[in-house]
Design a protein around this ligand. Sequence first.
Ligand SMILES: [Zn+2]
Length: 276
Amino acid sequence: MRLISGFGVLLLACLAAFDAGALVLRGSLAQGGLVIGTVAPGAAVSLNGNPVRVAPDGRFVIGFGRDADVSQTLLVKTPDGKAETLSLSLEQREFQIERVDGLPPKTVTPPPEYYERRKIETGLVREARKVSSDLMDWAVGFQLPAKGRISGVYGSQRILNGEPRSPHYGLDVAAPTGTPVGAPAAGIVRLARPDFLLEGGIIIIDHGYGVSSTLMHLNSVDVGEGQMVAQGEPVGTLGATGRASGPHVDWRINWFNTRIDPALVVDDAFVSEVTK
Ligand SMILES: [Zn+2]
């Protein structure tokens, strides 16, 4: 059993001595972090007992939620039956408290007549994020969807119009309505809708292996479901549709249901390799 612990923004571990060949992890071993690993081709990986999809070349991706347990267990099994268990120790984060006032009341406490609509919308979002395609666009890094001021961060405890609510899971970039919004990484558009109740104009881009970007509050949605997009390609324009107090794009990253902090993947450090 090896213990890998990372405090600070980034932890990279290269275990060259591991019989299975080098296991390399890069990314943020932190709550909200996305981590890319490499094992010998043909090896099997599981995280806390759950199988993780491994690409033919040995690469895989895993993520940790805002409130993830700081102790995580990664198991690597090589095709010849050797197994090694790694204890990952995540950086424990502290999150801000964020007050947002002046939101349209129906978006803070949707009236009963909206329940049916929300059920349909959240179902569509869930389906879009469930996709595990063969794309590997998660491996090349991410860029901000728009130029502007960072007006909201991941993990903040939110108080909306004075009422405590669930945390905010996006990175908000504020800019004038109509500012172009680009794909944070290449992928396939799985959801493109102009008018969800809370999200407003919403686009979900599948980057492969369960990693997706969600872009919200768009003024216009200029791509269609099933369309392939390149990194940086304009997919819509920034706006204040849905539950928004001003024009911004709210960018989320998911690894399936797990919500990742986008700020941790735009860091240059995400794609650079450091050896421990
Ligand atoms: Zn937001």
